[in-house]
Write a protein that binds this ligand. Sequence first.
Ligand code: NAI
Length: 303
Amino acid sequence: LSHNFSSTTSNNNAVQNIAVFGSGLMGAGIVQVAAQNGFKVTMVDLNQEFIDRGKEIINASLKRVAKKQHKDDAAAQKSLIESTWSNIETNTDSVKGAEKADLIIEAIVENLQTKQNLFQQLDKVAKPDAIFASNTSSLPISDIAKATRRLDKFAGLHFFNPVPQMKLVEIIKTNQTSEETYNSLNDVIMKMKKAPVICKDTPGFIVNRLLVPYLMEAIRLVERGEASIKDVDTAMKLGAGMPMGPFELCDFVGLDTLKSIVDGWRKDGKIDASLVASAKSLDNLVESGHFGKKSGKGFHSYS
Ligand code: NAI
């Protein structure tokens, strides 16, 4: 397996080894999609219990993908599953996990300080030309990148949940991200058979910048007594072609997540205040521990 297959700079630098930090919902999905498409992937988390949970997420999803891709061909299903696993290693040691990576994708907890601490450490042990990417939904990429001395090799790679199903990846270029870094990331996303879009380092990037104010206005509309939750969901599905109504989507995203994004945006004041005004019913649900689908109750109930 030769890697000097072309004389162009971008191919000489082609990413082969990826390390994914965080084996939760997003990290596990990213590991799976990368491994399925031929990248060598190291999945890193804090302890073996988290790693094992990540492996279970991958296992369940991979079985579904294999069944879908190779309907009546058990041998082909088995081969897809085995070849994907053969591309995956795991590590609970962040230094060892990062050593051989050409690209490190971070999908750990949504906390600026925690992400900065991780990247500061990785900056010292990763290959000098390794690219760093964060999957953050709501933190400025340039704030995370600050912890490193490779600002030109730092970008956002924003995947969507569930990663194996959702086609889109937003590539976030800060003012310092180099063209070469962007090209490498674009190449990786294409190889993962995803659709890349490019966006500046601006709150919510493209999707959440438009989606979050829409969801908040749906909540406020119901709070004003103008229509019911059920009718708003029905209206947006049948009248605007949305696959889910806004309240179903709120519950799917997680009400705690939605609230923390809106509260964060309101605090940093970069977005028009009326778009990110709080909503009492959202605050009350979160306060009572009703986070949506994952906790069994949100705007709708799930059993
Ligand atoms: P999660 O809570 O399911 O997983 C996070 C994982 O990171 C946990 O397994 C945790 O043990 C691990 N972790 C924490 N600190 C670590 C460290 N220093 N080194 C290695 N592993 C560490 O979280 P989820 O939902 O997968 O989110 C991860 C990131 O992706 C967050 O930044 C989030 O904003 C972003 N995101 C989430 C989406 C979602 O729909 N859940 C969508 C797009 C982005």
